[in-house]
Design a protein around this ligand. Structure first.
Ligand SMILES: Nc1ncnc2c1ncn2[C@@H]1O[C@H](COP(=O)(O)OP(=O)(O)OP(=O)(O)O)[C@@H](O)[C@H]1O
Length: 261
């Protein structure tokens, strides 16, 4: 069953096309990765899907409904959550509190009653704490629940961000470079976590530079170059595609040339 359908998305900045006419679908429990050289448009595409940028062309359909340009918090209430390439964790808050924030983010109207300390708010807070502790267990951080988040290792912070996104009980989860900056052990933990979440039926859209991770996890890979989709398909087929090889080699060759002045 299709959960997310991206139809002809496009956007320009200052007349330069950052993303142009990109379409693909994401089904229940599927892991689709978006790859491409630096500047290919991956993050911009994510930002359009998650309501941060309003696309100039195209539509984002979630469960058959047009959600194009809907604010990120409203998208979360509809079942689409995301993580960020640069972590968006509140460093001074405890690990547990960061996940509790995730629970409250998708409850519309909760803020006022929470501020007033109404009984419903107290019940909700207790439920959020129980749920947050379960999620921390799930991502292997239960022993760190009371620690200040800023004291966590980078890999643990990445898992904390995934736990917080899961608190909104998403059906579609967008992960922006979940393994960036992680060592091999941390990457393996992220890998396992992503597989588990997908096995529960969550559809996952992944932007990731770690090709081993992408090739191992993905059911389908979408390749962008200069904002356009140049290939789409099973990981093995995509990695053999001459256009994909050329796009990557082109970038590598340019970087080498730049490095040599
Ligand atoms: N807010 C913005 N204003 C102007 N240009 C932008 C903006 N966001 C992205 N761009 C441009 O759009 C293009 C695509 O950038 P984007 O960050 O989406 O690429 P990317 O594939 O995510 O790259 P990376 O792998 O380096 O993260 C680039 O040319 C970038 O400079």
């Amino acid at each position: 069953m299709t959960l997310l359908e991206v139809q002809g998305l496009g956007i320009s900045f200052g007349g330069v096309k950052a993303v142009s006419d990109v379409s693909f679908t994401l089904n229940v429990g599927q892991i689709v990765s978006v790859i491409g050289p630096n500047g290919a448009g991956k993050t911009t595409l994510f930002n359009m899907i998650s309501g941060i940028y309003l696309p100039r062309t195209g539509k984002v359909m979630l469960d058959g409904e047009d959600v194009t340009g809907l604010r990120p918090d409203l998208l979360a209430t509809r079942g689409l959550s995301r993580t960020f390439q640069n972590l968006q964790i509140f460093q001074q808050m405890s690990v547990l509190e960061n996940v509790i924030v995730g629970f409250h983010l998708h409850e519309r109207g909760a803020v006022l009653s929470d501020l007033l300390g109404l009984p419903a708010a107290r019940r909700r807070s207790r439920a959020a704490e129980v749920g947050a502790r379960e999620l921390l267990e799930r991502v292997g951080l239960s022993r760190a629940a009371e620690r200040e988040s800023g004291a966590l290792s980078y890999g643990a912070l990445k898992r904390l961000e995934i736990a917080r996104a899961l608190a909104a009980r998403p059906r579609v989860l967008l992960l922006d470079e979940p393994a960036a900056g992680c060592n091999a052990v941390e990457t393996e933990e992220i890998d396992r976590l992503i597989c588990e979440v997908a096995a529960e039926g969550v559809a996952i859209l992944l932007v990731e530079h770690d090709m081993k991770l992408v090739m191992r996890l993905s059911n389908c890979v979408v390749v962008l170059d200069h904002g356009e989709k140049i290939a789409e398909g099973a990981p093995a087929a995509v990695s053999r595609d001459p256009r994909v090889i050329e796009a990557y080699l082109g970038t590598a060759a340019k970087e080498a040339a730049d490095a040599h002045g």
